[in-house]
Design a protein around this ligand. Structure first.
Ligand code: ADP
Ligand code: MG
Length: 377
């Protein structure tokens, strides 16, 4: 089925109304499109920046069809929607991203197999469904290793780092409930990510390489451009992936760099990504703008320009508690609050981006501030 480019006033339907859906909606509206969002949470961040809201579970097929009827194109903000439901929508409605990428990538096992088959370098892994598999993983990979559930994990959820035999009981408990993948634990020198957008016509544009620091497996900060000489290698790895998997729109590939300076593909997020948020202020197009251009069938810019080096800090609930009173005392902080009703210490409530020609100093100051250190109060 072929669909025309979206015209002004036509409607983008978004499955998922979290912060990613909200920022997608804001880009779509800037370009003159209407937005309808589907989410199970009546107070989700996207609700109040959408023209219409469908209150339903992600796998509620009649509600998804209603979204299809109301929309001229359907996109999604996260990969844990049911691929089957998405597949059912593809035959009737305009879903340029289709369902294959979601299907392959929402399962860590098929994701890693796809990456390996595409010829990218991945961390050695084995499938773990039984206690015997677990023993074998320990034999072949050694300690420390990461045990990750195949489905549903994000921000480090559904993962255990196993350092010794004493943790095997915990690991057995996890595999009794869910199928897993075990992966060698790398001594990381750095984490980087590359956000790209693929147009409806196959054109690919790359954002600059992003350098990420995670704390407790959740993104803490992103620095752009990354202080690593892997940009070209990362683009080549991304190109291998795009030859193997059909993508339209924005997606991000996360990489590890180990102590030997080797680059490994960690995982793919087939949607806009937290490490690309800086692009809203620091680039001439944001990752949300290019996503909307791609899924609505419009041309992408030839290349993305980084206007200034930038640092993006995530604002978790505990960071907001610490910094709430001074958030708007710093005009150089571009503050984004997602509008989530309930604040929890580890929940992503917002982020802030600072453009700076002196990344090292700004980074030092911001880290000290987020750590609540006195010299920065
Ligand atoms: P999620 O889907 O939760 O983002 P990831 O696989 O990206 O899952 O893991 C989250 C973070 O945990 C990574 O960004 C990294 O900091 C750490 N991590 C995960 N796997 C490994 C590994 N094999 N070696 C070292 N660190 C890892
Ligand atoms: Mg990750």
């Amino acid at each position: 089925m072929t669909f025309d480019k979206l015209k002004i006033g036509q409607t983008v339907g978004i499955i998922g109304g979290g912060q990613l859906g909200k920022m997608m909606a804001q880009s779509a509206q800037k370009m003159g499109f209407r937005v309808v969002v589907l989410d199970p949470d009546e107070t989700c961040p996207c609700r109040y920046v959408a023209h219409e809201f469908i209150h339903a579970a992600y796998d509620d097929m009649p509600a998804l069809e209603r979204l299809g009827e109301m929309s001229d194109v359907i996109t999604y903000e996260f990969e844990n929607i049911a691929a089957e439901q998405l597949q059912a929508l593809v035959s009737t409605y305009n879903v340029p991203q289709s369902y294959q990428a979601i299907q392959l990538l929402q399962d860590r096992l098929t994701e890693k197999q796809t990456l390996a088959n595409a010829g990218t370098k991945v961390v050695p892994f084995v499938q773990v469904t039984s206690e015997a598999d677990l023993d074998e993983a320990v034999q072949t990979l050694g300690f420390p290793l990461m045990l990750k559930t195949r489905f549903g994990g994000y921000d480090g959820k559904g993962q255990i780092r196993l350092t010794s035999e004493s943790q095997l009981d915990e690991a057995r408990e996890l595999i009794a409930n869910q199928e897993c993948v075990a992966e060698k634990f790398l001594d990381l020198a750095k984490e980087v990510s590359l956000t790209v957008t693929i147009g409806n016509d196959g054109q690919i544009v790359y954002f600059p390489l992003q350098e990420n620091e995670h704390r407790n497996q959740v993104l803490f900060k992103t620095v752009v451009p990354a202080r690593a000489n892997h940009e070209e290698d990362a683009r080549q790895e991304v190109d291998k992936i795009t030859r193997a998997v059909h993508f339209v729109g924005t997606f991000t590939v996360e990489f590890f760099i180990d102590q030997q300076n080797e680059l490994y593909v960690n995982e793919i997020a087939p949607r806009p990504h937290n490490s690309g948020h800086y692009s809203i202020e620091a680039c001439d197009y944001s990752q949300f703008d290019t996503h909307i251009l791609a899924v609505t069938g419009h041309r992408l810019p030839q290349q993305i320009e980084l206007l200034k080096p930038a640092i993006m800090m995530n604002l978790l609930g505990k960071d907001l508690d610490l910094l709430e009173n001074e958030l708007f005392e710093h005009p150089e902080w571009h503050v984004h609050l997602y509008g989530k009703v309930s604040r929890k210490p580890e929940r992503k409530m917002g982020h802030l981006t600072i453009l700076t020609d002196d990344i090292a100093t700004t980074e030092q100051q911001m880290v000290a501030k987020f750590e609540g250190r006195d010299e920065c109060k």
